[in-house]
Design a protein around this ligand. Structure first.
Ligand code: B3K
Ligand code: ZN
Length: 857
C-alpha cells in the first residue's frame, strides 16, 4: 500500500529529538461546565538549546479563546493538531485560554464525564485535548491547579497537595492543588464530583503518616474496603522488597464507571475503572478480589517506576510498564501463591502475546514505529516486557537486581529516560555483561527453541542440544541469537531430582553436557517459563507423567499437564484428518484422575490443571490450524476425561464444595465444570450450587459450568441471575460475558438482543468489552463460524465504535486481525470485512494502523 496524503503518519524512534522548548512550570485553572469548560493554562516556557525554531504545541478538539505572551496578545497559527506561537523570546510566560466540551467527549480521553462526574485520562496523548501543550513525556513541569465548579461537585481533586479551597459566588466553590514533583503532562489528573469517601492512613518506614482516600460512586462505600486494604499492603510491600517509600502526604484513588482501560497512575491521584476497585463477596469473585489487589499494586508501584522516573518518549513505554508489571507480579506472588501467579502470567504470554507476535501487530517490546500510541499498550510491551525484566532478575539474582534498581534511581530520579538507561544501571551495578541481552528490546517475534537430547550410557553423559531461531517477518531484519536463561531440572525415571540449573543459552546452537548420570534422565525444560520462547521437544507420555507427578517446580507440573492434554488433542486432529475415529490413551485419564484425588496438591494448583488448555492455547501451538477439527478434538478429549473421572470428580466435589477458601472454591468449580461435561450432566448439582451460593465465586462457578456444558437449566439460571443483579453494572458484565460465550448458532441473535438490555450501553467500555469483546476473544467456535457471520457482526460494531471511541474499537478488532493461521476461506471472509473497515470515510488512526497492517500481511 503506498503512502497516501490522507493516511495518518507514523513516528519513528530513530527520529527522536529533544524538545525545542521546556516548560518547567505550568499553572492551570478550570471553570467546569459540562459543554463549555474554560481552561486557562499559564506556561513558563524556556527555549531548549541554541536555535530559532518557533514554539509548536499539540492540541486536539480545543477552541482557542485567547493567547498571550508575557501578558500581551500574540499571533498564533492553528495547524491540524498543532498551534504555532510566533515569538523569538527565549524565556517567557505563555497564557492560553481554551474551551472544551467534556460532556460530549465520548473518546474518554482528555477531560470527560463519567456518570455526572468530571474526570481525566491523559496517557498517552490526551492532555492535548485539555489545552495546547508540549504533549510528550520528556517535558516535565511543576503543576499548580485551580478548579472551580458548582458546589454539587463536592470533591475537587488534582495531583499533589490541596493548598487552598473555599466558597465562591452563585453556589460555586474552588480548590487549589500543588504537586511538588515535576511530571510529564500524561500524569496530570482532575476529578470533580459528589462521591462516597473511604479514608485511612499509612505509616511509612521513615515515620510519616500518609492520608489514603478511596472515592467511589454513592452507595458503594462497603465495596471499597478491599481496595484500601490492597493499597496498604502494596505500600508496605514496596518498602520491604524494594526499599521504596511513598513521597507525598496524600494518595487518592477515584473509581469511575466509564474508563477505557484498567486504571491510571496519575501522580497522587489514581483514576480507576470501578472493576478494579469495587468488591464484596456477594458481588465479586475470588478472581476479582485478586485482580483488584494486583491492579491497585500496579498503579501504586508506578509512583516510582513511571512517575519519579518516567519515559523519554513513548517508544520506551516498556521501561515503566514491563518493570511495573514485573513488580506487581512479584507483589502478588509474595502475598499469595507464587506458582499460581506464575501460571497466570505464562498463560497471558502463550495465549495472547504469542498470538500478537504471530500477527500483523507484531512489535518488539520497544517498538520502532508507531501511528497511534494507544495501540501499543499491548501484551508485548506489558507482559513480554515483564518477562524481559524477569530474565534480568534471573540472570542477576535478587541482590544484583536490587542493586541495579538502586543505581537506576540514584542516576535517574526526576528524569525521563530510556530502556537502555535501565539496562545500563542493571549492568553497572551487577557487573554482568548485558550487551547481547539488549537484543530482547529490539527484536520482535517469539524465539523458537528446539531441544534434542541424548544419553551416552558408557560415559554417563547426558547431552542437551539447544537450537534457537526467531522467524523473520516481511520487511524485518534477520534475527540474531538472544541471551536466553534456560532453566532445567533433570529427574531420574523414579522422579528423583538430579540436576537443577539455569543454562546461559546465547548461541544459535549450543550443547550442554551433564556427567555422572546412571541412566537416561527426564528433562524438565524451560522451568517456570524462564524465557518467553516457544519450546519444541518431543516428550513421551511416560516422561510427561513423571513430570506431572514429580517435577520440583509446581509450574512445571502444570506445564506437563498442558503438554499431555495438548498432545492428546493434536493426535486426534491428525486422526480426524485421516478419517479415523478419535482415541484417548487411558494413562491421560489416569493422570487427571490422580490430580482430582491428590491429597497433597495445592487446591488452587489442582484447579489450574483441571481447567485444561483453552482453544486459544492450542491454536498458539501450531503454525496453521484446521479450526473445526481442532475444536472437535478438544471437545472429545475434554469429554473423555470428564467421563472417565466422573465418579472421582463427584466424590471430590462433595468434599470441597462449601469449604471457605479461594483455592478450594476454584478446585470445586473446576470439578463442577468437568461434571457438567460428563455423561450425567449433573443438573441438580449446578442448580444447587447456584441457588445456595454463599458468594459470587460459587454462583458464577455454577453458572459458567451450566453455560460451558450447555446444561438444560442454563437459561433459567441466567434469568434468575439477571433478576437479582440487574442494578449492579459490574455483575451484569459477568452475565453479558457468559452469554457471549454460548456455543450456539443463535448466540448472535442473543447478543443483538442483549444490546437493547437496559444495563447495556455502547458508550461504556466495560459493557462493550463484556458483551462484544468477550464474544470475539472467547467464543472461538461462533466468532469463526464458517459462514463469516461472526466476522460481519464484529465489523458492524467496530464501524459504530470507530467514531465514538476509537481506542475501544481498535482493542476489540484484535481477534479479527489475527487470522494468519486460519484456512483460506475464513481468511478471505475476514479480509472482506477488513477492506470494508479500511474504506470507512472517517477511519480513526487507531483502526487504520491495525487494519492496514493486517491487510498488508
Ligand atoms: N498507564 C496506564 C495505561 C494507559 C493506557 C493509555 N491508552 C495504566 C497502567 O499501565 O498502569
Ligand atoms: Zn502500568
Amino acid at each position: 500500500m503506498s503512502q497516501n496524503v490522507n493516511q495518518p503518519a507514523s513516528k519513528r524512534l530513530a527520529d527522536y529529538r529533544p524538545p525545542a522548548f521546556l516548560i518547567p512550570e505550568l499553572s492551570l485553572a478550570f471553570k467546569l461546565q459540562p459543554t463549555a469548560t474554560e481552561v486557562t493554562a499559564i506556561s513558563h516556557v524556556v527555549r531548549n538549546g541554541d536555535h530559532h525554531e518557533p514554539l509548536v504545541l499539540d492540541g486536539e478538539a480545543l477552541e482557542l479563546l485567547s493567547a498571550k505572551v508575557n501578558g500581551e496578545a500574540v499571533e498564533v497559527t492553528q495547524l491540524p493538531g498543532k498551534l504555532q506561537v510566533a515569538t523569538a523570546l527565549d524565556d517567557f510566560e505563555l497564557t492560553l485560554v481554551t474551551r472544551i466540551n467534556p460532556q460530549d467527549n465520548s473518546t474518554l480521553e482528555g477531560l470527560y464525564m463519567s456518570d455526572g462526574a468530571y474526570c481525566t485520562q491523559c496517557e498517552a496523548e490526551g492532555f492535548r485535548r485539555i489545552t495546547y501543550f508540549l504533549d510528550r513525556p520528556d517535558v516535565l513541569a511543576k503543576y499548580s491547579v485551580r478548579i472551580e465548579a458548582p458546589q454539587a461537585f463536592k470533591y475537587l481533586l488534582s495531583n499533589g497537595n490541596n493548598i487552598d479551597s473555599g466558597a465562591l459566588e452563585n453556589g460555586w466553590h474552588y480548590a487549589c492543588w500543588q504537586d511538588p514533583f515535576p511530571k510529564p503532562c500524561y500524569l496530570f489528573a482532575l476529578v470533580a464530583g459528589d462521591m462516597d469517601l473511604l479514608e485511612d492512613s499509612f505509616h511509612t518506614c521513615s515515620g510519616r503518616d500518609v492520608k489514603l482516600q478511596v472515592f467511589v460512586d454513592k452507595g458503594n462505600l462497603h465495596k471499597a474496603h478491599h481496595a484500601m486494604a490492597s493499597l496498604k499492603k502494596a505500600m508496605a510491600w514496596d518498602e520491604s522488597r524494594f526499599d521504596l517509600e511513598y513521597d507525598l502526604d496524600i494518595y487518592m484513588i477515584v473509581a469511575v464507571d466509564f474508563f477505557n482501560m484498567g486504571a491510571m497512575e496519575n501522580k497522587g491521584l489514581n483514576i480507576f475503572n470501578t472493576k478494579y476497585v469495587l468488591a464484596d463477596v456477594e458481588s465479586a469473585t475470588d478472581d476479582d478480589f485478586h485482580g483488584i489487589e494486583s491492579v491497585i499494586g500496579h498503579e501504586y508501584f508506578h509512583n516510582w517506576t513511571g512517575d519519579r522516573v518516567t519515559c523519554r518518549d513513548w517508544f520506551q513505554l516498556s521501561l515503566k510498564e514491563g518493570l511495573t508489571v514485573f513488580r506487581d507480579q512479584e507483589f502478588s506472588s509474595d502475598v499469595g501463591s507464587r506458582p499460581v501467579n506464575r501460571i497466570h502470567a505464562i498463560k497471558v504470554i502463550k495465549n495472547q502475546q504469542f498470538a500478537e507476535d504471530a500477527g500483523p501487530m507484531s512489535h518488539p517490546i520497544r517498538p520502532e514505529e508507531v501511528i497511534q500510541m494507544n495501540n501499543f499498550y499491548t501484551v508485548t510491551v506489558y507482559n513480554k516486557g515483564a518477562e524481559v525484566i524477569r530474565m534480568m532478575h534471573t540472570l542477576l539474582g535478587e541482590s544484583g537486581f536490587q542493586a541495579g534498581m538502586k543505581l537506576y534511581f540514584a542516576r535517574h530520579d526526576g528524569q525521563a529516560v530510556t530502556c537502555d538507561d535501565f539496562v545500563q544501571a542493571m549492568q553497572d551495578a551487577s557487573g554482568k555483561d548485558l550487551t547481547q541481552f539488549r537484543r530482547w528490546y529490539a527484536q520482535a517475534g517469539t524465539p523458537e527453541v528446539t531441544v534434542h537430547d541424548s544419553f551416552d550410557a558408557e560415559t554417563g553423559i547426558y547431552r542437551l542440544q539447544l537450537r534457537q531461531q526467531t522467524a523473520q517477518r516481511l520487511g524485518e531484519q534477520s534475527k540474531l541469537p538472544l541471551h536466553i536463561p534456560f532453566s532445567v531440572e533433570l529427574l531420574d525415571p523414579q522422579g528423583q531430582s538430579l540436576v537443577n540449573q539455569v543454562l546461559d543459552f546465547t548461541q544459535a546452537e549450543q550443547t550442554f553436557e551433564f556427567s555422572g548420570l546412571k541412566s537416561k534422565v527426564i528433562p524438565s525444560l524451560l522451568q517456570d517459563f524462564s524465557a518467553p520462547v516457544r519450546l519444541s521437544y518431543d516428550f513421551s507420555i511416560e516422561q510427561l507423567l513423571v513430570l506431572m507427578a514429580h517435577a520440583r517446580s509446581e509450574v512445571a507440573r502444570w506445564e506437563a499437564s498442558v503438554t499431555l492434554f495438548s498432545h492428546a488433542v493434536w493426535r486426534n486432529v491428525e486422526r480426524l484428518q485421516q478419517q479415523q475415529s478419535m482415541v484417548l490413551d487411558s494413562r491421560v485419564i489416569d493422570a487427571f484422575r490422580g490430580v482430582i484425588l491428590s491429597e497433597s496438591l495445592d487446591h488452587a494448583l489442582a484447579a489450574e490443571i483441571l481447567k485444561m488448555p483453552s482453544a486459544s492455547t492450542l491454536i498458539e501451538q501450531a503454525s496453521q490450524v484446521d479450526l473445526d477439527k481442532l475444536l472437535c478434538a478438544r471437545d472429545y478429549v475434554l469429554e473423555a476425561i470428564a467421563t472417565g473421572c466422573e465418579d472421582e470428580a463427584l466424590v471430590r466435589y462433595r468434599e470441597l464444595h462449601g469449604v471457605d477458601n479461594a483455592g478450594s472454591r476454584a478446585f470445586a468449580n473446576a470439578l463442577l465444570s468437568l461434571l457438567a461435561r460428563g455423561t450425567d450432566g449433573h443438573e441438580s448439582l449446578l442448580e444447587r450450587q447456584f441457588t445456595l451460593a454463599a458468594n459470587m465465586t460459587e454462583a458464577l462457578g455454577a453458572l459458567s459450568a451450566a453455560v460451558e456444558g450447555n446444561a438444560d437449566c442454563r437459561d433459567t439460571l441466567l434469568a434468575t441471575f439477571e433478576q437479582r443483579w440487574n442494578q449492579t453494572p459490574l455483575v451484569m458484565d459477568k452475565w453479558f460475558s457468559l452469554q457471549a460465550t454460548i456455543n450456539e448458532a443463535e448466540v448472535l441473535d442473543r447478543i443483538t438482543e442483549l444490546q437493547q438490555h437496559p444495563a447495556f450501553s455502547m458508550s461504556n467500555p466495560n459493557r462493550v468489552r463484556s458483551l462484544i469483546g468477550a464474544f470475539a476473544a472467547l467464543n472461538i467456535a461462533q466468532f469463526h463460524r464458517a459462514d463469516g457471520a461472526g466476522y460481519r457482526f464484529m465489523t458492524d460494531i467496530i464501524k459504530k465504535l470507530n467514531s465514538s471511541n476509537p481506542q475501544i474499537a481498535a482493542r476489540i478488532v484484535t481477534p479479527l486481525i489475527q487470522f494468519g493461521k486460519l484456512d483460506p476461506v475464513r481468511q478471505l471472509l475476514i479480509k472482506q470485512c477488513l477492506h470494508e473497515l479500511l474504506a470507512l470515510p472517517e477511519l480513526s488512526k487507531d483502526l487504520f494502523e491495525k487494519v492496514s497492517k493486517a491487510l498488508k500481511d
